[in-house]
Write a new protein. Sequence first.
Lengths: 369, 455, 585
Amino acid sequence: MATLDQPQISRSRGRFAGQWVDGFVMLIRIVAVVIITWGLVQFIVQSASGTGGLTGPAFRDLLVAGLAQGAMYGLLALGYSMVYGVLGFINFAHGEVFMAGTVISFFISNALFNAGWWEEAFLLSLLIVLLSSMIISTLTAVIIERVAYRPLRNAPRLIPLITSIGVSFFLQNAFFGLFGPAVKSYPRPPEWLTSRRTILGFEIEGTKLLVIVIAIVASIGLYLFITRTKTGKAMRAVAEDKEIAALMGINVDRTIVTTFAVGGAMAGVAGLSWAILFRGVSFITGFIPGIKAFTAAVVGGIGNLAGAMGGGVFLGLAESVAPLVILEPLGVTGVSQLKDAVAFAVLVLVLIFRPTGLFGERLSARDRV
Amino acid sequence: MPRRKTLHLIAIISAFALILAACGSDSTETTDAPDETTAATEAPTTEAPATTEAPPETEPEAMFEPGPLGAVEVGPGEDIQIRSLQAISGDVATLGIPNQRGTELAIADFGAIEGRNVSIGTPLDDLCSADGGQAAAQTIVADEDVVGVIGTSCSGAATAASPLISAAGMVMISPSNTSPALTSDLAGNANPDYNPGYYRTAHNDLFQGRAVATYLYEELGLRNAAAIHDGDPYTNGLAQAFADAFEEFGGEISVFTAVNKGDTDMVPVLTEVAAGEPEAIFFPIFMPEGGFIVQQVGGVQGLEDTLLVSADGTLADNFLVLPESVGVIHSGPDLQFGENKSALGTSAEDFLAAYEAAYGEAPSAPFWAHSYDATVMLLTAISEVAVVEGDTMYIDRQAVRDALNSLADFDGITGSLTCDDFGDCGSQRISIVDHLEGETTAAEVGQNVIFTFPN
Amino acid sequence: MSVDWSRARFYGINAGITLAFICAIGMVEAFDSRSVINPGLTLGIVALIWVPPLLAYLATRRKALEGFEAEPAGAQDLGAGALVGAISGLILVVFVWGVDALLEAGVAIRDVFPRLSPAMIEIVTFGRGLGAGLTILFVGCVVLATAGAALHLLSRPVRRGIEFGLLYVLAFSLLEPVVTDILEDNADALYARTGGLKPSAAAVIFLLTGAITAWTTHRDAPSIRTRYGRMDLDVQRRVTIAGVIISVALFGILPRFLGGIMNELLANIGLFVLMALGLNVVIGLAGILDLGYVAFFAVGAYGTAVLTSPGSPAFSPELSWWVALPIVIILATLAGLVVGTPVIRMRGDYLAIVTLGFGEIVRILFLSDWLSSSFGGSQGIRQIPGIEWFTGEIKGVDPERIFYMVAIFVLVAVYVSWRLQYSRIGRSWMAMREDETVAEAMGINTVTAKLLAFIIGAILASWGGAIFAAKVGSVFPNSFELLVSIIVLVVVIVGGMGNIPGVILGAALLIGVLGGPTQPGLLQEFQEYKLLIYGALLVVVMLVRPEGLLPSTYRSRELHHEEMDQDAWLKAGVGAGIDEEELAT
């Protein structure tokens, strides 16, 4: 500390620190490359010699599971990315937006099940659940924006981020209070959906296929909305520069609300995926997927919608495959427990190798600073 | 500049001096305090002998001579104080609340001791964590009138609470701690976390692990099994106990792995397990992860014929309602209480009827009977050692411990209770139940006993 | 401009929804077992009755703007208040009546909302049946809301007297264990046998504290802060030192009069003060949002556990706590470097998620079976010895001495962060917080400065971890969840980012009353709703008072410079004719 009182020493030390940081980052890069390569080599050797590794079908199952989980992360990540693009802050509470839709729609699915609709008219029931989950998530997102974020439009950027952490905890525990702590499970989809089927020579479970298809359809829909409609164009204009957009006659407030609403609707679609894929819901459902989707948005390159989807799929695959393919061949025990650690390690590594994410950021000039 | 520094230095030094003085004078003052229960509140082991000398001087006329741990005085019209320390908030409340209610009902059934009512005061929360248990225990030992504690719910909380309770000369009887670390290895060696004054009516994990291993290895003749826990000390300990016993019998644990609480995608962990080609998977975990496992096991090749074995954590309605959970077998404390009667004459049926009447629902976890028995044990010990002289009742702390230590063949709802040298008093009966088609509640599934240990 | 009725209607609806929400999440029922004034008022009812008056008060409040003459409050304000009360009361009455009707009809609403119990209805209808109970409820809401609005009619001293009088009554009631601990048998004069203030005692406290507050407000004495600011630097320094000595002396003596419960609480508060002081350096001074702060706490605790405990699985040197401490500090420094270095060049928001990730990675590694041969996995490390001291071992059994131990470290931490704040590095942190690019252009090496902040934060947290390990005697991975980071963050924010006394006040209030992540606070009943309240507090503080309860001067200037500009602009007369509502949004 004493040395810092003297400018010259501090400056030379500073340069040293800068080099040190670069060196350390380089070291992390090298270590990461070595570990990953070594793990992969071991994996291939073990699989080939049959002393470990994975069989073909097992590997394929992992890929499909990772893809389905990743598609869900991607749908959520879109919400983070869009809000970031427009407002330049991370809406930590987006996971709770998703949770709200999923938890409340459970009661609707349960009522449908009790009425016998779930079995007789499954696709119709699914549509009803999809709509309710989208509506509730959208409403939640819009209300959060109105109450918590709009008054902070011009505050320093960390302020809305911290606020969103508070919103996240409030919503979680409000749902805990309202609906109780117990985990509730959506009814089981019918046999014809859950069974395995072969698509293009690739055997896949019906539910996972449906989830992947839903994600693809939703992303195409979103893409068309953003590029083809007036509102979508307005959103892009606001993301680029709020003041100029306002001068061009765009209602900035309404566009921001639309952004939240669209993000919420995507979270609602993710809620449906959850209802088919995992089924068990409780107040805590949105927290970890929310953090993962946030991670996915950063991994893909924030502000970049294709990147968000890509980042989600990448993260889902990495989580699913990396523990068994890279860690286990290295002799690590209990690798499934390290799944979350792997996801966050992926985040750190991606940012070290490509600070703007895998697919590059799309940010306005001001945000890029 | 130098002057400012000196002043700061003086401030710091004076602060240190004050604190040193405060800490230094501590021991002398407390030992001088003429209070017959000093030993209860302040008993760092080194000072214990000194504190025990004080009591006789304060009560010169009394015939009653307190033992080395002091005694509790209950004046006329006062209540005998015991405490309930359970996990009563958050998602573990399902475990702690029936325990607390079991204690309440037992007190009501037991009635007054020598004309004095028993009170549990405000129910305390162990937060299912070590620091939560410690803080709550601190609250308990601060009240010198407390004789004993029924709790904790979670083993982790007990590791931090039992040293405090023990040092205060009190006793604690847990209805649902199962960690071997708190008592002994069941072979006559105390584990490091055992403290005198700790008892429990729940079984020891080693026992449940051995029961499952016996069933799989000897009854079903399986030789290769996998175990999955979720990082909770309870599930980890139980999975480990099972693995150790299974290997001891000569079986192979091909995969011992874990998931994280909050995990959803179970395909990776099941793929990891499938690589070992086990004949059975033991996953003593909770909802929702337990549910995700049974739902997703069908999507992993190689596990089609694998037997799924769980524990009491999933013996809950929200797991059993899942269609996929049919066929999963559960191990847990033996709930086939049948005609067992507690020393008070209460049978399980009587208890459940009283519970339903008082709280409007059935117990949400299987340890209610253990809690009832624990409370009756404590109250019986108190009533045996309580001495009334004049208007005052004296309860000697060491005598309470002695009474519990020598407890043998005591009738409880859970069976016959006998305390070993390290606080394991439970009837140690484990049953394994099967989940048949069409059943969706713990009450129904609990009836299908296919194996009891020891049989 | 007269009373804005639509605004009153809006606030009324909000008040009604809030009331129904508080009932539906089970707060009323859970809090009912605690008596505030005995007989007469339980905490369950208190959970409700603050809503109508507060919202009525807010609905009729005038915006104080420079350049506008605030209209004096009049009778129509009472009307608006009554409207807020009537709407909120109506919503609550309809809600309770509806729930009761559904329950009576046997509709299984409790499958969806488990907390809508007959017991809750019994409490809010005061056990007098639906008709009479709901009438009382409605009238009560109207009267209370009108009273809330009527506060505007009173002169400032009287208003503050009433507000503070009520607060003191509540505080005395909630602090029952503390007061009983100090006063011992004399406390019987204040508290009823079954808990709660006696009505007479409550009246005396209200009148006394209210009168004192009213009198001091009336005298309009400048606040201590202003007076302190006006002093000469030399005098200021002496006053500061005197203040420190007095508070040290007070805290040196106080625990001796307190029992185990309060000392345990104080020790827990102290641990959070330590962590909050560390995080204050990172976020309050340097402006880095670190959401993985718990990692350093964990490193401190596990480091101590491994080095001192004979129960450590692999490597167990069984060192003395004092020998372990410097090693733990070195470990924390290394951890700070390892976490800090890769993230140091990242943007603010990325930092948040990456540090969060690091925090989780650390917890998962300690938890994992893979490393359980070194760290015990989910079974943790037990048998951690206490801290050696001249008079014997200090451990959790003896919370009083644990508190002294924590207090020593808090003092050192306060001293360190105070010196840092006004040092060269402290000024560069603040420059960096305001504008990183400009700071860099001014020749501040942001890399060094950020790393230093990280490391200092890590070291302070590791002290907390080291004491925590010795205090609890065992460490389990579930004590180091993300929640710890978030709660420390709330403490820093609510207390006042960048201000040391603020951080201490925040820890005392939040951890003391509500409790920490796995530490109970004063009120057992708050346990279930702790996180809900933390979340709500975080949002409200950010919206209403982002600088915290005790703001640092710099920080509030940063946050409010726009308002100041605006006021100046209005003063210049440009703003004449601008609609007030427009400015408010």
